[in-house]
Design a protein around this ligand. Structure first.
Ligand code: UDP
Length: 472
């Protein structure tokens, strides 16, 4: 008989740059490793108004087919809906169009969704297709997701009111108040959505985790214990490599700065600060006397106001303190809304990173060996910050005032501590060590490279079974 056609994988990221970027990298890695042996349809749900998203999609290799489902109607939803609910509803309301896509493709041998995409399992089950989760966050968060139903049953108060820390297998103890945002209000729909997804994790055929053993040894060991279901494949760190043209001029600016001298300040695609915090940060950066490159967004009362657009609508520069741009000229560069972050972190002039601790940003920092100042804002970023400070020990933390604002003196102190202090030296040497280990994990024979090969093998086996069943 003729050999079966190569496996065809449908990859479906839910809205958000932090989901799109690593899944695009996963797709690229799979096709790169296994050339003609895997074909991929990359199916997105979201908005063409997001320029950053278009750049990622247009840089997918030609062997990957990319298509966008028609936008579902969301106009009936309340305006204060949390992002996790909005993401989940975007997907669940797109199921009819996803069903059309899957039924029009010959021989789909697996679907891959991300952490909030489990409703696509309905379609996979209808067509009898194996279903996988790509988990774009930490092993610690995955471990929490695996235990959330138990916690939900055993705890009656809000998690932030728990007297004792939450202990997850292999993880550093976590204060209830550090758990991810959407579980902080158990009456909110966002919590119900998270619980709904985590219940469905149990029926996944496997989970691809964007982390690696040396970064999270304890939690990964616990998640990959023999017999654990579903199988977890630690395949990270998969980060955006290469880049597009830089329209901001910041890479050229970096070319002119001394090696390791620039602090990069960026709060991800979604992160926004209050006006008060924006001002304190600006003045603190100025006081520190250090060089900096800052991706500035317009201030907002909510900390994730640019999550779906990756950009803010007003001119963010207009919110900086008067005279700030002139006074920091030559030493500081500001870029509105979006910079080519992975290229910035890869640049030899970059020596530190003030980050909201989104997991992709964190992994990029590890891959390029840049130590961090943690500035968590939303989602699971507080948990990630704990991981970086107490687990990997590659970051330092500023202290906020009682009102939650980090004042200018503290900004200046922590920036100097990272860029020229002893504390900075310690975290810098550890992140360089981890950078080497990340390289090793991804190179031939390394743990993540082996795990990714196992994933590819599994996808091919599914495909053969699927074809045999179809013949029978
Ligand atoms: N990013 C970027 N330029 C920016 C801000 C973010 O290229 O100005 C990229 C960043 O490199 C990372 C992703 O967007 O790959 C953000 O993902 P992360 O998980 O760090 O945070 P999120 O945006 O999901 O909160």
């Amino acid at each position: 008989p003729p050999p079966p056609p190569p496996p065809h994988i449908v990859i479906i990221p839910t809205p958000g740059m932090g989901h799109l970027i690593p899944l695009a990298e996963f797709a690229r890695r799979l096709t790169h490793l296994h050339h003609d042996n895997i074909s991929i349809t990359f199916t997105t749900l979201s908005s063409s108004s997001n320029k950053a998203e278009q750049t990622i999609l247009s840089s997918l290799p030609p062997s990957i087919t990319s298509l966008t489902l028609p936008p579902p109607s969301l106009s009936d939803l309340p305006s204060d809906l949390k992002i996790e609910s909005l993401i989940s509803l975007s997907l669940s309301r797109s199921l009819p169009s996803l069903r059309n896509v899957i039924s029009s493709l010959p021989n789909v041998s697996a679907i891959v969704v991300d952490l909030f995409g489990t409703d696509a399992f309905d379609v996979a089950e209808e067509f009898n297709i194996p279903k996988y989760i790509f988990f774009p966050s930490t092993a610690m968060t995955l471990s929490l997701f695996k235990h959330l139903l138990d916690l939900d049953r055993s705890v009656s108060c809000e998690y932030r009111d728990l007297p004792d820390p939450v202990r997850l297998p292999g993880c550093v103890p976590l204060r209830g108040s550090d758990l991810l945002d959407p579980v902080q209000d158990r009456t909110n729909d966002a919590y119900k959505w998270v619980l709904h997804h985590t219940k469905r994790y149990a029926v996944a055929d496997g989970i691809f985790l964007n982390s690696f053993e040396d970064l999270e040894p304890g939690p990964i060991r616990a998640l990959t214990e023999p017999g654990s279901k579903p199988t977890v494949y630690p395949i990270g760190p998969l980060v955006r490599t290469g880049g597009s043209e830089d329209s901001t001029g910041c890479l050229e600016w970096l070319d002119r700065q001394p090696s390791g001298s620039v602090l990069f300040v960026c709060f991800g695609s979604g992160g926004t600060l209050s006006l008060d915090q924006l001002t304190e940060l600006a003045v603190g950066l100025e006081m520190s006397g250090q060089r900096f490159l800052w991706v500035v967004k317009s201030p907002s009362k909510v900390s994730n106001s640019s999550f779906f657009s990756a950009a803010t609508s007003d001119d963010p520069m207009g919110f900086l303190p008067e005279g700030f741009v002139e006074r920091t000229k030559g030493r500081g560069m500001m870029v509105p809304s979006w910079a080519p972050q992975s290229q910035v972190l890869a640049h030899t002039s970059t020596g530190g990173f003030v980050s909201h601790c989104g997991w992709n940003s964190t992994l990029e920092s590890v891959v390029y060996g840049v130590p961090l100042i943690v500035w968590p804002l939303y989602a699971e970023q507080k948990m990630n910050a704990v991981n970086l400070i107490e687990g990997a020990k590659i970051a330092i933390r500023p202290t906020a005032g009682e009102d939650g604002v980090v004042r200018r003196e503290e900004v200046s102190r922590i920036v100097k501590a990272l860029m020229e202090g002893e504390e900075g030296m310690g975290v810098r040497s550890r992140v360089k060590e981890l950078q080497e280990r990340a390289k090793k994990a991804l190179s031939e024979g390394g743990s993540s490279c082996k795990a990714l090969s196992e994933v590819a093998l599994k996808l091919r086996q599914n495909n053969n079974n699927h074809n045999n069943n179809s013949v029978a």
